[in-house]
Design a protein around this ligand. Structure first.
Ligand SMILES: *[C@@H]1O[C@H](CO)[C@@H](O)[C@H](O)[C@H]1NC(C)=O
Length: 317
């Protein structure tokens, strides 16, 4: 480890957080804490319902459960430390802690991005090739799609972190954010980072922009297909598709703004990273459990089986 780190005299980074006022930080602490608990509970609920409810044993729900799992991982990389940091005056993170945060953020982020594409492929087959859906989206294809998501996430993060870890950090170590954000940390290196900045723009920004446009176009194509062959099932399909489009937009929107124009406006980036770490992982549970009838009934079944007659989640939904 120290061999890699030989060019740097910086052993820790200082995070500025969101505010220097004690009272404001306590409010942030409370809000982030509540939201994080909601993220964990909501996403776990999706994973557990899909795993244990036979009604939800279909490719779409397996992919959704995996998306929730990614969300759990993604939000657990930095958020618990961010929450604890709100109670500290000096927020620091070790050199390797900072590198690990960026590595895993992009690992799970890249994986989630690929999984959203897999979900679009699944919907495409269901809508445009309904008679062959069962044969095309079989267990093997699902596992290949999942394996691809993890692999793409790994390649995506490694391709950027390999160069970031080797940068010389010789003094400036203040990151004006709540966690280590790749563009901000690269800026601190005492060397010309122009090429690496371009790599990050291409690898994170351009990639999300291209995926986003492709996903949007394919969902519009699917919507058009449904409207052409309007059938009794079409309103349900439209509501599923609009849920997917919402998730895709809210996932990629901030990513594109942060990484396609990363070295411009810092105050916007700070706001976006909050959005990213706290709001995006909360979206799946909100969108899928509150809007999807099958998911709702699965959670109700789950709660009546396992929670018993006392208080039950039934009353929340
Ligand atoms: C992810 O999808 C696979 C493939 O069908 C499924 O077997 C697995 O249970 C899912 N994982 C989670 C955490 O839901």
């Amino acid at each position: 480890m120290d061999i890699l780190h030989k060019n740097s005299t910086v052993s820790e980074f200082i995070l500025l957080g969101l505010s220097s006022s004690q009272e404001v930080q306590i409010i942030f602490f409370a809000v982030f804490f509540v939201v994080y608990v909601a993220i964990v509970v909501g996403n776990l609920l999706i994973v557990i319902s899909v795993l244990f409810d036979n009604h939800l044993h279909s490719p779409m729900y397996f992919l959704l459960a995996n998306l929730s799992f990614f969300d759990l991982c993604l939000s657990s990389v930095a958020t618990p430390k961010v929450i604890a940091d709100f109670l500290k005056t000096l927020k620091s993170v070790s050199f390797w802690g900072c590198m690990a945060q960026m590595f895993f953020m992009h690992f799970f982020g890249g994986g989630e991005m690929s999984l959203l594409i897999a979900m679009a492929i699944d919907r495409y087959v269901a809508i445009c090739k309904p008679l062959h859906y069962k044969t095309i989206m079989n267990r093997r294809v699902l596992l290949v799609l999942l394996l691809l998501s993890w692999t793409i996430g790994f390649i995506h993060t490694t391709s950027q972190m390999v160069f970031t870890v080797g940068l010389p950090f010789c003094g400036p170590n203040v990151v004006d954010s709540i966690f280590c954000d790749l563009p901000l940390v690269i800026k601190l290196a005492c060397t010309e980072t122009y090429i690496l900045e371009l790599l990050v723009i291409a690898d994170s920004g351009l990639l999300s922009l291209i995926c986003f446009v492709l996903l949007l176009v394919s969902y519009i194509f699917m919507l058009a297909t449904i409207w052409q062959h309007s059938s009794s099932a079409s309103s349900k399909a439209v509501s599923t598709l609009s849920a997917h489009i919402t998730v895709v937009t809210l996932f990629f929107g901030p990513a594109i703004l942060i990484y396609a124009f990363p070295f411009s406006s810092y105050s916007i980036n700070k706001f976006l990273s909050v959005f990213y770490s706290i709001l995006t992982p909360l979206l799946n549970p909100i969108i899928y459990t509150l809007r999807n009838q099958e998911m709702k009934s699965a959670i109700k079944r789950l709660s009546s089986q396992h929670v018993g007659s006392g208080w039950s989640l039934k009353y929340c939904l």
